[in-house]
Design a protein around this ligand. Structure first.
Ligand SMILES: Nc1ncnc2c1ncn2[C@@H]1O[C@H](COP(=O)(O)OP(=O)(O)OP(=O)(O)O)[C@@H](O)[C@H]1O
Ligand SMILES: [Mg+2]
Length: 659
């Protein structure tokens, strides 16, 4: 039974009229929207020559019967609305009944469609608006629509298309945005025969974010989840470290529609004002949901703008949503943002960001949303920023908002977060480093093993150790990081990681461990209250505990007396140590020898100097001496780095002493 109706002249005239097909990306957008409206859970987009030669969209949606498949190409033919009032409760992307008519008027379209549980489908061919064929085809559930030779009958329009790769880039970015907006749908994009995007479609917004932007952006974003009045704001707010030069990475969806909105852009800008310098724009993916009666979607021919009945309510919800998220986050950048390299290269950088990026003015005086001096001027102020031209002055397609990052964008790489003229670049090397002072490409997660078989550091690393031994003590930062200077570098040592590693190496060396595993008897035995399970472990492992230099007696159902602990441990850590060691034991009595070392390492970790323990100069000297004496002083037993090194020359560059 036919679902598509011809809109009355009255309704048709009231629909925002204008150009629907501007370039290949507009065709892709319309066809994806149709597939989504058809309830597809899997959408494949295939393009050739930037979509100019071919665009093929295949979906597994509801399909059409033969009558509708033909009707679908008429002007103002839609199954989505009947009367104008339907727009007030619209849940579909389409409503004008214009897209297929417009597309088929300027290209050669071949549509095959089949409804579920039908054996026979329909094929319809239209070229330049002329109906060529309607026939039956074998039924495959869903719709496949192929659009060839866009603007073949409109040479003037054809001339305005950009190079194939630019058009393909627009389409890629559009598809990425659909991945974000509909994590429950699996999208595939094939460009000139090569698959370049495939989303899992598992419904997880984080997985969608990961699929589009990669792990590093996921790490650098904060979740936004906020409701104010009738406005619901969800999504991801980027930390300042991944701010951009343009608004290209501000993606806003209103009721699942990709739109641009001055109100929302202004609210984002205000919320980030304390964190970003002028000219920097936050990375934001925002889903704003608002009752459909409070938003007018019928204001733009390409449906890329909406009008809110209450702008300030939307402004406040977005502003507070982002502001709350930012306040709750520590704004600490993960190592990697200031390298000035594309974001998905291996990182080498560490930096605190927020404090460097405070702009001079923050005129938001009231966090409760009562008064926003900037709100009054938001439309005017955002006007300038909403130019449809890129920084390079090039005109951008309407649908993609202000994507002036296109020029920089290369595949999935993001544009650079900052450039050298704006911020210092911080490029530490996680030791070990080589003697030419080149940076070593090394992930901090990558455990560093001694490079020679004997376990001795190689020549370069010995040089690094000599530098460490000869370095001068500068101070201790945050009661956690030991600061040292050598003639050519600034070194930072994580005192906890260092101590942990020293203990670990000593304890796991069978011969030396004897010294450290001597029991130290306590002047006053300590009572500990354990859980039932722990008491059972103490009973089961008396002997093993003695080997580990503990002397523990049961004195009640849940109590023990601790008489001795390993000599490396401190009395103040007894409770912690015992719980730790018991946790690493289990009820099986068949120990492997190396388990002992594992338990010791765990215990060592707990016993090690904590971050925030203030060390005096003598203790620092002792720690460094011990550190230099072990085979691998670079990573703690968990693989975290112990020493980070900044080149003196790099520091001089930050301050423009040298270039
Ligand atoms: N992939 C599809 N699967 C099922 N039905 C489709 C598909 N594409 C289009 N249709 C049907 O064809 C009709 C016309 O599509 P068209 O895109 O021209 O208009 P619309 O989606 O209703 O409105 P708009 O012009 O705003 O997109 C739709 O209303 C829908 O019923
Ligand atoms: Mg449509």
């Amino acid at each position: 039974m036919s679902r598509i109706n011809q809109l009355s002249e009255h309704v048709a005239n009231a629909i925002a009229a204008g150009e629907v097909v501007e370039r290949p990306v507009s065709v892709v957008k319309e066809l994806i929207e149709n597939a989504l409206d058809a309830g597809a859970t899997s959408i494949s987009v295939e393009i050739e020559d930037g979509g100019i030669k071919l665009i093929r969209i295949i979906d597994n949606g509801c399909g059409m019967d033969q009558e509708d498949a033909v009707k679908a190409f008429s002007c103002h033919a839609t199954s989505k609305i009947n009367q104008l009032e339907d727009l007030e409760s619209i849940f579909t992307m389409g409503f004008r009944g214009e897209a297929l008519a417009s597309i088929s008027a300027v290209s050669k379209v071949d549509l095959s469609t089949c409804m579920p549980e039908q054996n026979v489908g329909t094929q319809v061919k239209i070229e330049g608006g002329k109906h060529i064929l309607t026939s039956e085809v074998a039924g495959v559930r869903g719709t496949s629509i192929t659009v060839r030779d866009l603007f073949f009958n409109q040479p003037a329009r054809y001339k305005f298309l950009k190079k194939d790769h630019t058009e393909a880039q627009y389409i890629t970015i559009l598809c990425e945005r659909f991945v974000m907006i509909r994590p429950d749908v699996s999208f595939k994009l094939i460009n000139n025969g090569k698959q370049i995007l495939m989303s899992p479609g598992n419904g997880s917004p984080i997985d969608a974010l990961y699929c589009v932007y990669g792990a590093e952006v996921v790490e650098q974003t904060i979740s936004v989840d906020y409701t104010q009045s009738s406005v619901d704001v969800r999504g991801f707010a980027g930390k300042p470290a991944i701010a951009r030069k343009g608004r290209g990475e501000q993606t806003v969806f209103v009721n699942d529609r990709l739109i641009r909105s001055k109100t929302i852009s202004a609210a984002i800008e205000q919320a980030y004002r304390p964190y970003l310098m002028k000219g920097r724009f936050a990375f934001v993916v925002l889903f704003v949901n608002i009752p459909s009666a409070l938003v007018d979607v019928n204001v733009h021919p390409q449906k890329s703008e909406v009008r809110f009945w209450n702008d300030s309510e939307v402004f406040r919800a977005v502003f507070h949503g982002i502001q709350n998220a930012l306040k709750q986050s520590d704004m600490t950048s993960e190592p990697s943002r200031f390298s000035g390299e594309p974001m998905n290269t291996k990182h080498k950088d560490v930096s605190k960001v927020g404090h460097y990026l405070v702009s001079e003015e923050n005129n938001i005086s009231d966090s409760k949303g009562e008064k926003f001096p900037a709100e009054d001027s938001m439309l005017a102020s955002s006007e300038n920023n909403h130019s449809m031209h890129s920084a390079a002055g090039k005109s951008m397609p309407h649908e993609l908002l202000e994507q002036n990052f296109f020029q920089n964008r290369n595949g999935h790489e993001m544009p650079l977060a900052f450039n050298a003229s704006d911020f210092i670049k911080v490029s530490p090397t996680v030791l070990p480093f080589d003697n030419t002072n080149r940076q070593v490409e090394m992930s901090v997660d990558q455990p560093m093993e001694p490079s020679s078989e004997s376990g001795e550091p190689d020549k370069d690393k010995r040089i690094a150790l000599i530098e460490l031994m000869e370095a001068r003590f500068v101070g201790v930062l945050f009661a956690t990081y030991i600061l040292l200077e050598s003639d050519s570098a600034f070194l930072i040592i994580d005192q906890h990681a260092a101590h942990e590693k020293i203990l670990y190496e000593r304890l796991s060396d069978r011969n030396r461990s004897k010294d450290y595993l001597k029991a130290q008897y306590l002047l006053t035995p300590q009572m500990l209250r354990l859980t039932r399970a722990e008491v059972m472990l103490v009973q089961a492992h008396q002997e093993r505990l003695r080997e580990l230099a503990f002397d523990i007696d049961l004195i009640g159902d849940f109590e023990v007396t601790v008489r001795a602990i390993p000599s490396f441990a401190r009395e103040s850590d007894i409770g912690l140590l015992v719980h730790e060691v018991l946790q690493s034991l289990d009820f099986k009595n068949d120990y492997l020898e190396q388990d002992v070392y594992h338990h010791l390492a765990t215990a060592a970790c707990k016993a090690a100097v904590k971050a925030n323990d203030r060390l005096d100069v003598a203790e620092v000297q002792g720690l460094i001496k011990d550190l230099v004496g072990i085979a691998n002083p670079y990573h703690c037993p968990h693989g975290r780095p112990i020493i980070v090194r900044y080149e003196k020359s790099d520091i001089e560059k930050w301050f423009k002493r040298i270039v």
